[in-house]
Design a binder for this molecule. Structure first.
Ligand code: CA
Length: 223
């Protein structure tokens, strides 16, 4: 499981990274709000640990932007502030849990653990984009009254687009999300699966298509 740590106090960030890695998580660290949004939109994290007071964008704004872009990764907010209004503001913007600094390592790990378990249990079974609905349990893609079954890889590729609907998804991101960073998959593997998905979109008569952006990747387009 991969965790994103967004904390501008480098010593705290390093400590968090170490603790999480000891527990078997992969942890990426960023130190400002803009990078947090960028990372969370391109990599699929199990949990985001997010400080409130950050350079560039504060934690509340980060949550707001992610939720507006349909990034539903569970977010644990960290803050030195303790007032109820802040707590309510954070949760209203779509954060899932809240911890005030300073905190005990055990409590942090317990909450991260609970949140990752929660993602497994939560039945988020539909992701929508324009006229398309993707069922994340059955991997069925529907448009109007028609449905088609996606293969596992087609599903993983399309899901990456649905989670980044306004962005060009790079070929590297697709390879690392779908085939894994260690894999030997190439641009050709991606191209093949994109062509399978295009056929299914055509069959469904969807207004959505996948456009190739030369030398970068692919993007969803609405005709
Ligand atoms: Ca801070």
């Amino acid at each position: 499981m991969r965790v994103l740590i967004v904390e501008d106090e480098v010593s705290l960030s390093n400590a968090l990274k170490k603790i999480l890695e000891q527990q078997g998580y992969f942890a990426d660290a960023v130190y400002d709000g803009e990078s947090a949004v960028e990372y969370a939109k391109t990599v699929e994290y199990s949990v985001i640990i997010l400080d409130v007071m950050l350079p560039k964008l504060d934690g509340f704004e980060v949550v707001r932007r992610l939720r507006a872009s349909r990034i539903n990764t569970p977010i644990l907010m960290l803050t030195a502030r303790t007032t109820t209004t802040d707590k309510v503001a954070g949760l209203n913007f779509g954060a899932d849990d809240y911890m005030t600094k300073p905190f005990e390592t055990e409590e942090l790990l317990a909450r991260v653990g609970a949140m990752t378990r929660r993602t497994g249990d939560v039945i988020v079974d539909e992701v929508k984009f324009k006229d398309l609905t993707l069922n994340t349990n059955s991997a069925m893609l529907s448009c109007g009254g028609e449905s088609v079954q996606l293969s596992h890889k087609e599903f993983e590729v399309l899901k990456t687009f649905f989670y980044n609907p306004t962005m060009t998804v790079t070929t590297d991101t697709l390879i690392s999300n779908v085939w894994g960073i260690e894999s030997e998959a190439t641009d050709n593997n991606v191209e093949v699966y994109i062509s399978f998905i295009r056929k299914k979109l055509k069959y469904l008569r969807s207004a959505v298509s996948i456009k190739k952006i030369p030398r970068i990747g692919y993007r969803l387009e609405v005709n």
